[in-house]
Design a protein around this ligand. Structure first.
Ligand SMILES: Cc1cc2nc3c(=O)[nH]c(=O)nc-3n(C[C@H](O)[C@H](O)[C@H](O)COP(=O)(O)O)c2cc1C
Length: 101
């Protein structure tokens, strides 16, 4: 399977998650086709797109061993078919606990 487009979806108040997602895309040699920055309420209040034959890098920071609720709520609404997702939880070297559950 070779996804056609690469999209970043992230919640990143202080930009580290955004930076890491961009670097992962660069590291695997993928051009970023679209960016959905759900840090902004006006973006995360829109319906998530449906991904078809895409690679989607999905990232958020760990807060208190969990994902921020606004990010987790948005991620639950993402629909996709024939696509690959890579989940990235950025943490501050304390502990990521249950963030990836
Ligand atoms: C409210 C809050 C809670 C956090 N909780 C944790 C935690 O439980 N474990 C951890 O290792 N880092 C924790 N951190 C650090 C963040 O996960 C880390 O700084 C992250 O890279 C920030 O991502 P961003 O730059 O994309 O916003 C916390 C940071 C904040 C602001």
């Amino acid at each position: 399977m070779s996804p056609e487009n690469t999209t970043l979806v992230y919640f990143s108040p202080t930009s580290t998650t955004h930076t890491i997602l961009k670097e992962i895309a660069r590291g695997i040699g993928k051009e970023i086709c679209a960016v959905i920055d759900i840090t902004k309420p006006e973006i995360r209040n829109q319906n998530a797109p449906e991904f078809n034959n895409d690679l989607v890098l999905i990232g958020a920071p760990v807060y208190g061993g969990r994902l921020p609720k606004d990010a987790a709520d948005y991620f639950k609404t993402i629909k996709a078919s024939g696509s690959l997702a890579v989940l990235i939880a950025l943490y501050g070297n304390r502990e990521f606990e249950d963030a990836l559950l």
